[in-house]
Design a protein around this ligand. Structure first.
Ligand code: SF4
Length: 704
């Protein structure tokens, strides 16, 4: 058992994007956690995952020492092996032969240093993150509409709205504390519409559940936009004053979804349900539309996001209390990673590869003559580049791509072929660490110090209350040590995470010196002392000297972050999923999370009570498909698809639409040999965002 570092501290939960505050303590009789009553996200509440955090701690199963080719080595040896591999690869094959694959589990400080090392000093643009699998379509939609990756609203809007529309978002399981806040609002008389092919736990809150055909959200929201025009409720004054593109967006909507009947047919819904939704939306000024992975994880995920945002812009329902489109993030720090340029197509501080002035500004700030030429490979392409041999050194941090990326067998083959795989992780044995030539032990939750940003742009501290396990080190420390070993002593001379945070904040201020309206600005935090940083209370960006307490709602003045300050409506042409069922693969596979597990279960799998909800891999099957495929409730069945197979226990469920099955994403090969949901998902991606189509695989099914 770890020796206690401090009696108690305020920190944040490391799981979903709600970003709940946690009071953690180790008073000598083992760690304990409770909800932080003073944190604005959760006001003292925790879901079962958060409440079980203390059960996931301890040294068992942890990676405690650096390892090279299976042998424990000193940090000095491991760091010199990493720097030698990078140096040799860049000398022989060029800097772009090095790739980094990061994670929304990293803290913002870790992410910042990783990007600086890669894009500024190794000069490879190939830095991507598992946030690509989760949020990148929402990022792309935000940038197209607002000119910046900025979530306009805040959690309070969920309570101030008169209607909540939840699209592709099973918040009851995936953002449970937000769901509790929504439930309380619903009890107070707010209306809730749930748009999801499945009837999920969230649907229990629904006054109207639209169980649409998967992938037809753009039809529905184009239909809504056209219907809003027909009902005469567009806010023409707002469009004239603050938006571009409304005519082409409306033309596309009218053309593709001219009336309720055509929308109902395209979406496989009852016309009267479509009409009811359109009527409610038209009549409810204070509406919040929450969207999540069901929207993002599609080959047209960016268009789906823009179709939703179009409806809010066209009615002026943005930047106001209780009126906003609201993308909720999956991971605890998906947004923090985006802030520092954790996606291959972005630069730090929300600057962009498409802008020579941004490239020059970041290079100047980092003290380098030039940055890596970008954009780099997005997640699926990155592993393809490894498979081709273009990437010779791959450094993976805090994520398990052998389980989570589509077509997992292809990912494993890429890892097998890669000459040097480096993995930084806090867990010793994962499906991915099995392929590592060099393993670097990272500190885990409770041992790490830094910041994260939740779904409402709120930066919170994650604080250490336990000493590192074994020889584990913080990720920012490991990356900085490699930077120094590569000869960049000064650029990576950070002594603590506060040093990194101040630099990140200063770069956001630098990024706004052109008088732009880019909302990400932390100029009010760039001079924090170490004590200030230690005491930092949760705060929503932007944080400037003029807005030292942060800002809850963006774009309230109708000024956006585009070059001309106007929002952009996007003309959306509905396109269905790329992976479509056929005679060989007649079933649609929907993959998603469970209430009580997180990602590939390397941590939640350690808490016994979290197994009580669902103890084994399963396949949810509509009763008609039980008969059609000859499988029985409670028996094992195998889903076989073009890229692999999944074995699970059959659960009869009339919550599914016929012809569609649901499988959980969490099982890795440590827990079950043939239950990787990703093996049923093709590496098909949204052409704008690069996000995989994880909600629409295809398979056939047979008894085992
Ligand atoms: Fe953690 Fe999310 Fe649960 Fe909050 S809702 S306790 S952030 S898993």
């Amino acid at each position: 058992m770890n020796e206690a570092l401090s009696a108690s501290c305020r920190t944040t939960c490391p799981y979903c994007g709600v970003g709940c505050g946690v009071l953690a303590a180790d008073n000598g009789d083992g760690p304990s956690v409770t909800g932080d009553p003073d944190h604005p996200a959760n006001a003292g509440r925790l879901c079962v995952k958060g409440a079980s955090l203390h059960e996931t701690l301890g040294a068992e199963g942890r990676l405690t020492r650096p390892m090279v080719n299976g042998q424990a080595v000193s940090w000095e040896t491991a760091l010199s092996r990493v720097s030698d591999a990078i140096r040799q690869s860049t000398a022989s094959h060029g800097p772009e032969s090095v790739g980094l694959y990061l994670s929304g589990q990293l803290l913002t400080e870790d992410y910042y240093v990783a990007n600086k090392l890669a894009k500024g000093y190794i000069r490879t643009p190939h830095v991507d993150t598992n946030s690509r699998l989760c949020m990148s379509s929402a990022v792309a939609a935000h940038k197209r509409a607002f000119g910046a990756d900025a979530v306009p609203g805040c959690y309070e809007d969920l309570e101030l709205a008169d209607m909540l529309v939840l699209v592709g978002s099973n918040t009851a399981w995936n953002h449970p504390i937000l769901y509790q806040r929504m439930k309380a609002a619903h009890r107070d008389g707010r209306r809730v519409v749930v748009i999801d092919p499945r009837r999920t736990a969230t649907s229990e809150l629904a006054d109207l559940h639209l169980s649409l055909r998967p992938g037809t959200d753009t039809h529905l929201f184009n239909g809504l936009l056209a219907a809003l025009e027909r009902r005469g409720v567009l806010d023409q004054a707002y469009l004239d004053a603050h938006c571009d593109g409304s005519e082409s967006a409306l033309a596309a909507a009218r053309q593709s979804a001219p009336d309720e009947v055509s929308v109902a047919q395209a979406c496989d819904l009852l016309p009267e349900d479509v009409t009811r939704f359109f009527d409610w939306f038209a009549a409810t000024d204070r509406t919040v539309t929450v969207f999540s992975q069901g929207v993002n994880q599609a080959a047209n995920g960016t268009d789906k996001g823009n179709a939703i945002i179009n409806c809010h812009l066209a009615t002026g329902r943005i930047g106001r209390a209780g009126a906003t489109p609201f993308s909720v993030t999956g991971q605890p720090n998906a947004m923090g990673g985006r802030e520092v340029g954790g996606l291959a197509n972005t630069l730090a501080a929300h600057m962009d590869y498409g802008r020579p002035d941004h490239i020059a500004r970041v290079a100047r700030f980092w003290g380098v003559t030039e940055l890596a030429d970008g954009p780099g490979h997005k997640a699926v392409d990155l592993f393809d580049a490894v498979l081709r041999g273009d990437i010779q050194v791959l450094w993976i941090m805090a994520t398990n791509p052998a389980v989570s990326l589509p077509d997992s067998e292809r990912v494993r083959e890429a890892l097998r072929r890669c000459p040097t795989v480096i993995v930084s992780d806090c867990i010793a044995n994962t499906d991915t660490t099995a392929y590592a030539d060099i393993l670097l032990p990272a500190t885990g939750w409770g041992e790490k110090d830094g910041t994260v940003t939740n779904s409402e742009r709120r930066i919170s501290r994650q604080r250490a209350f336990l000493p590192p396990t074994g020889e584990a080190r913080p990720d920012w420390w490991i990356i900085s040590a490699v930077g120094r070993a590569l000869g960049h002593e000064r650029a990576f001379g950070y002594e603590c995470p506060a040093d990194v945070f101040r630099e990140h904040a200063a770069l956001t201020a630098e990024g706004n010196q052109d008088g732009s309206t880019r909302p990400l600005c932390l100029s009010g935090l760039m001079d924090l002392t170490n004590d200030d940083y230690d005491q930092l209370a949760p705060v929503q960006w932007p944080v400037t000297p003029a807005a030292a307490s942060g800002i809850g709602r963006l774009f309230a003045d109708g000024r956006f972050a585009t070059d001309n300050g106007r929002a952009q409506l996007i003309a959306v042409t509905p396109e269905g999923p790329v992976q479509r069922p056929d005679d060989d693969w007649p079933l649609v596979v929907n993959s998603g999370r469970l209430r009580d597990q997180w990602h590939t279960m390397t941590r939640t799998g350690r808490a016994p009570r979290l197994w009580q909800h669902r103890a084994e891999p399963f396949i949810e099957v509509h009763p008609m498909d039980l008969l059609r495929f000859g499988v029985e409730e409670g028996a094992l069945a195998r889903l076989s698809g073009p890229h692999g197979a999944f074995v699970g226990r059959v659960r009869r469920s009339d919550q599914q639409r016929p012809g569609e099955v649901f499988v959980p994403i969490h099982w890795n090969q440590q827990f079950a040999s043939e239950a990787l949901a990703s093996s049923l998902i093709a590496p098909v991606v949204d052409p704008v965002s690069g996000q995989p189509e994880s909600k629409h695989g295809m398979a056939t099914m047979a008894p085992v």
